[in-house]
Ligand binder design. Structure first.
Ligand code: SAM
Length: 446
């Protein structure tokens, strides 16, 4: 029948993984990938709404599909992800009547049902659909990668915890991705085995609070145990996990990272703010001092030898009520802790969230921008200094793909390294001597 699909993915790694699983499901019912949306019979928009800017992008993209649908009424448009969420999508349906299928995050089910059963049955099914998108565990393991990635993808994302139940006051994710659900360890492990059989060398376990893995399964394994089990998989060379919440990082997890050579020394653990009142208003559940001690304990346990452990954090500037003095505490803490990476965001009020309902968005846009820029400049300087330590050193790099003339890979600490080589380096783990180091990437020689 030669039917084609095109997926547009926005947002986090979880969405990347969700799109990959959807592509796999579509190929199993006979669809093939189309490079351009214009060539496709089915177009999927996998959306993000973590900030207003992401949501606006999704609407823009959605509007741009209207003329395609007008030209070809047989075109199937699927709106997926956090714009749809796990609750009712009636308002979206009214606003975008040209969308054929609405799917919650992590759920290929509604589109596959629509395409394989015909519209009427699928709509009926959609009424009772898994609004909490538990993923079809039978279908999820083993996972057959989409044809364009099979034998080519080196580093794969594997969701291990879906949803989130923490409810930080600024965050829309729990409302859109539903309650926290850990996937069974056996499902995850068999998925990893199948990925390795298709050429994958590195997996990154994903969860909004990945270090809570297993807490919702009575007697379930924890993340440390899952890492130990995954470590035994032959052919798998590297394991990573993100994002951790400071309150759930524990000694057993750090022990597993320290002991298991395949588990990379890279921890993503957001602080969000360095001031205790702001942290309290965000309902993060820790103080700046507790975070400082956590960073110390991560470094104490994992910093043996060069280059040691790398730590990434997330920071939101301009949270409601954030004063200059409170922002300065965040700045000072970042300067003191010297993280490898800081993902920075300007606070964006999100519907349904506690902060949106109770706290006025009172930090002016230009002040948010100015604080963002100050942190950005600080982090650039810190990252450059950390990178400079790599100059002249030899580090193991796992190569993923060729980007223009250079091969791109990562160090155990997740630093991006580019190398010129005429050889095919895809999937190879090789020692590289670093010859140039900038804040965001490095160059090296085999
Ligand atoms: N669940 C993780 C955590 O514990 O923070 C991270 C996931 S969240 C999708 C990624 C980042 O987006 C957060 O760490 C936060 O810094 C940022 N973020 C979330 N809500 C935001 C908002 N309303 N405005 C600005 N940034 C936001």
């Amino acid at each position: 029948m030669d039917m084609k699909y095109h997926i547009w993915t926005e947002g986090c790694q979880m969405n990347v993984a969700d799109s990959q699983r959807l592509a796999s499901a579509l190929e199993q019912i006979g669809y093939q990938p189309a490079r351009q949306a214009e060539e496709a019979d089915v177009i999927v928009l996998n959306t993000c709404v973590v900030r207003q800017s992401a949501e606006d992008k999704a609407y823009g993209r959605l509007h741009s599909l209207r003329p395609l649908k007008d030209k070809n009424p047989r075109l199937v448009i699927n709106l997926m992800g956090c714009l749809v969420g796990v609750r009712s999508y009636e308002r979206l349906q009214q606003r975008f009547p040209f969308v054929d299928v609405f799917s919650p995050p992590s759920d290929p089910g509604p589109l596959v049902a629509f395409l394989s059963q015909g519209e009427s049955q699928a709509l009926e099914q959609a009424e009772t659909a898994h609004r909490f998108a538990l993923m079809d565990e039978e279908a999820a393991a083993p996972l057959l990668l989409p044809v364009e990635e099979r034998g080519r993808l080196i580093s794969a994302h594997v969701p291990v915890v879906l949803g989130c139940s923490h409810a930080c006051t600024y965050c829309i994710i729990p409302y859109r991705r539903g309650i926290e659900r850990s996937r069974p360890a056996e499902t995850i492990l068999s998925e990893v085995r199948s990925l390795v059989a298709q050429g994958v060398k590195e997996v990154t376990f994903l969860g909004q609070i990945v270090d809570r893995y297993g807490k919702d399964i009575p007697g379930g394994p924890d993340l440390a145990t899952l890492l130990r089990k995954a470590h035994e998989i032959e052919g798998l060379e590297r394991i990573r996990f993100l994002t951790s919440h400071p309150n759930w990082m524990n000694a057993a997890l750090l022990e597993a990272v320290a002991e298991l050579p395949k588990v990379m020394p890279h921890i993503e653990v957001p602080i969000q703010a360095g001031d205790d009142t702001v942290l309290e208003n965000m309902k993060r559940g820790y103080t700046a001092e507790q975070y400082r001690r956590l960073v110390e304990s991560i470094r104490a346990r994992l910093n043996g030898g060069f280059p040691g452990v790398s730590i990434a954090t997330d920071i939101i500037v301009g949270f409601p009520g954030e004063t200059e003095a409170q922002f300065q505490r965040t700045y000072d803490l970042l300067a003191e802790l010297r993280m490898d990476v800081a993902h920075l965001a300007r606070y964006s009020p999100r519907p349904d969230t506690v902060a949106h309902r109770r706290l006025p968005d009172d930090v002016p846009a230009e002040v948010k921008m100015e604080r963002f820029r100050r942190l950005e400049a600080l982090q650039e300087q810190i990252a450059a200094e950390i990178s400079a330590r790599y100059l002249g050193e030899t580090v193991p790099v796992l190569f993923e793909e060729k980007v223009k003339a250079r091969w791109k890979g990562r160090t155990p600490t997740n630093k991006l390294v580019f190398v010129e080589s005429a050889d095919d380096l895809r999937g190879r783990l090789l020692p590289v001597r670093i010859t140039w180091a900038g804040p965001w990437s490095m160059l090296g020689m085999l």
